[in-house]
Unconditional design. Structure first.
Length: 737
């Protein structure tokens, strides 16, 4: 044990890195109120200010989870400023859903009555925005004991609101949840009901079993009402009483959480069932610099006794076990975490909640992460840094565990000047669910950066020919968001965004092959010059021919749909990075036929037909089974510029391709030939001559590049300066700028 302590101190790590309680570490939180809505567990909390010497509380916060260990911080959708009548003491609260709306009952000091008052806010979602439902307190009379509301909707639809210290008050809420019927009620505070009578009725010197203090929580199980509450005085434990009706008579049932070393002299509880499990929420003072005025919410799983009564529940540092795995292949808010060290969260109108106060050695942990069979290959994060940046190390199992990769965070020009940056991860196959650590490193001392969200991408990947010869080293990869397609793109997407987007090349393969195994060098080379290439079919991990079902014409349309969706999806690492107004659809041989079949799609900016052309009636028998076979009239559907890149007379597609070209007069068209035959130069280093010419066409048509235009325009165009190339153009070609 001594050795472990010395090791932890040496590395500057907290001794409680394996703990899950308290389950929020970024802020002091208190008075947890759980609520299940949809498929999520929400917990509404108070917020103790750092360094407070009393319950100086200004706001309420919300957290949620789907697995009980990884919690998302939804910030503070409700504060004293939300209520025009409140001026201090944002104490315990509870939220409940009814008829599609969420009602959040709070207590706060009223500037009207100068006492504590009960208020209610309402929202259409569990996380807000919330507004004061009635513009005034729901109940106040100047007394100081109107605190800690609990709300419950009975089986018959009647809603009950209870609160109070040291007296329990109650109201029968109307169905609108923001008004009540009848007079203010008071529970009989007797020894039989709560283990002792009210303070003024107690006999001096008599030992009582227990005593109600504050923090009621009303629930029901097996037809019996249960009222849980903080009990015993200072320090507090948790006890409960039962009754056949919310109004009583109540009978003391015993302690649930006895006094123990929680580090807080108060306690406050809530219970909820979720996905077949029962959970008990409470608070402690166990965070560093925590205590009675710096509390933190915690949770334990428990099982009711056979008769529906509560067992004894003891606080633990370990907390609860995960009830589901965590998916890293969707956008994950950085403020989602199972545990953290050193960081805080803030929020603004631009991005919502984000992680801040990041320093060297801080980290975020996520538990029970399901990486799938192939494992992650890419890590993308949205970050901002005013001065110096740092790194995000992606590790398994611990802060010094296996390193999958590291994301370099640059200075972005401001603490809220956000950039989306990606890094390649080392491939790890057959990973079982593991804990994921995002460890922050950089200069010691100063704040490094802010952190908004992250996402992993799975599937196989391969770096081809050192990433290509272009300025953006490329990667060939699969993506879980688009089945049976292969992506070629720059490895680092940080240079791309709303002002500099990636034009798109959609590619179909020769022989209707459902893998770009013959063309990957060609496509990778194009991607290295700042293109997103979406190729039909499965990723080729070696040079072996693909052996499987043929591709379909629909896969090219799927490619376009995917690119558009990813560019518009804030949860995508490609968000606002794809130039969906500049899309070229292209293909070789059968892929060229697929391209012509899809040529009418209005999203296409230009077409590139390689070693291909529509069959004439006289040679249709030469087609391979499964190829699309549109008539020559299909050429009339072309609405964009088009280039035919052919292998000269040795190319078996030469006759068809040149016939196509000579029939096209309504759009700009050209045909270029290099006498290398049907196989082109795709498999040569960096795609050979075909890659050079194809990229020039794309640079001109999709990027407006004048150098690319010089490859094709004029009697002495650059293409004719290259060995053995020839070019023909139609009359419309001269209209291209």
């Amino acid at each position: 044990m001594k050795k472990k302590i010395i090791t932890a101190l040496f590395f500057g790590l907290p001794l409680w890195t394996t703990a899950q309680n308290p389950f929020v570490q970024t802020w002091f939180t208190s008075d947890p109120a759980p609520m299940v809505a949809g498929d999520r567990m929400y917990v509404y909390t108070g917020h103790d200010e750092d360094g407070a010497d009393f319950f100086w509380m200004q706001e309420w916060r919300v957290y949620s989870t789907t697995d009980m260990v990884n919690w998302t911080d939804h910030g503070s959708p409700l504060a004293l400023e939300s209520f025009s009548w409140a001026d201090d003491r944002a104490w315990a609260s509870q939220c409940i859903e009814r008829n599609g709306k969420f009602y959040w009952y709070i207590c706060a000091h009223s500037k009207l009555s100068k006492g504590m008052a009960i208020g209610v806010a309402v929202s259409d979602t569990p996380t807000g925005p919330f507004r004061d439902a009635i513009g005034k307190p729901l109940f106040e009379n100047g007394s100081w004991d109107h605190i800690d509301p609990t709300v419950f909707i009975d089986d018959d639809g009647q809603a009950w609101l209870m609160w109070g210290n040291p007296q329990v008050y109650y109201l029968k809420l109307n169905e609108d949840m923001v008004s009540y019927s009848g007079e203010l009620g008071r529970l009989a505070m007797t020894e039989e009901a709560f283990g002792s009578p009210s303070m003024k009725e107690r006999v001096r010197g008599k030992q009582y079993k227990d005593s109600y203090v504050e923090g009621p929580w009303l629930t029901k199980r097996g037809g019996k009402y249960q009222l849980l509450y903080a009990a015993g005085g200072v320090p507090e434990h948790i006890s409960y009483s039962t009754a056949p009706s919310p109004t009583g008579p109540w009978t003391y049932a015993g302690q649930i959480m006895p006094l123990s070393n929680t580090g807080s002299f108060t306690n406050h509880c809530g219970v909820a069932d979720y996905k077949g499990h029962s959970y008990f929420f409470y608070h402690t003072g166990k965070l560093p610099k925590g205590g009675g005025f710096g509390r933190s919410v915690a949770v334990e799983e428990f099982k009711y006794n056979a008769d529906g009564s509560f067992p004894t529940i003891m606080p633990t540092d370990e907390g609860v076990k995960p009830i589901a795995t965590f998916n890293p292949y969707v956008r994950v808010e950085a403020e989602t975490m199972a545990f953290s060290h050193g960081v805080k969260t803030e929020q603004n109108d631009q991005v919502g909640v984000y992680v801040t106060d990041i320093h060297n050695g801080d980290y975020i942990k996520l538990q029970n992460v399901d990486f799938g069979k192939e494992g992650p290959v890419r890590f993308t994060a949205r970050v901002a840094s005013g001065l110096r940046g740092g790194q995000i190390e992606v590790r398994l199992d611990s802060v010094r565990g296996q390193l999958l990769g590291s994301l370099e965070v640059p200075a972005t020009g401001g603490w809220e000047q956000w950039r989306t940056i990606s890094a390649t991860l080392s491939r790890q196959s057959s990973l079982t669910p593991r804990d994921l650590y995002l460890v922050f490193t950089g200069r010691k001392g100063p704040k490094l950066f802010n952190f908004d969200w992250w996402q992993m991408e799975g599937g196989a990947y391969r770096v081809v020919e050192d990433g290509g010869t272009g300025p953006f080293k490329a990667i060939m990869k699969e993506t879980t968001s688009l089945n049976a397609h292969t992506l070629f793109m720059p490895q680092d997407l940080s240079s791309f965004g709303p002002k500099k987007k990636l034009p798109v090349l959609v590619w179909g393969n020769g022989a209707c092959t459902n893998s770009p195994w013959e063309h990957y060098k060609f496509l990778n080379e194009i991607a290295s010059y700042g293109y997103l290439v979406v190729a039909t079919g499965y990723i080729p991990m070696d040079d072996q021919p693909y052996n499987g079902p043929m591709s379909t014409t629909e896969q090219q349309i799927e490619s376009i749909d995917w690119a558009v969706a990813q560019n518009n999806d804030p949860a995508s690492p490609y968000y606002q990075k794809i130039d969906v107004k500049n899309i070229c659809v292209a293909g070789m041989s059968c892929g060229g036929l697929q391209t012509l079949y899809n040529c009418a799609d209005p999203r296409i900016r230009t077409l590139m037909i390689c070693n291909s052309g529509l069959f004439k009636q006289t040679n249709r028998a030469q087609a391979v089974g499964g190829m699309p076979m549109p008539e020559k009239s299909k050429l009339n559907d072309i609405h964009s510029s088009i280039i035919y890149i052919l292998g000269g007379k040795p190319d078996i597609a030469y006759e068809n391709g040149m016939d196509d070209f000579h029939r096209i007069s309504h759009v700009p068209a050209c045909a270029v030939n290099l006498p290398v035959g049907h196989g082109g130069t795709y498999r040569q280093a960096h795609g050979g001559e075909f890659a050079v010419v194809a990229r020039a066409w794309l640079d001109w048509q999709l990027k407006g590049d004048k150098k690319g235009a010089r490859m094709f325009k004029g009697k002495n165009c650059d293409l004719l300066k290259r060995k053995d190339w020839t070019i023909e153009t139609n009359k419309k070609f001269g209209t291209l700028k």
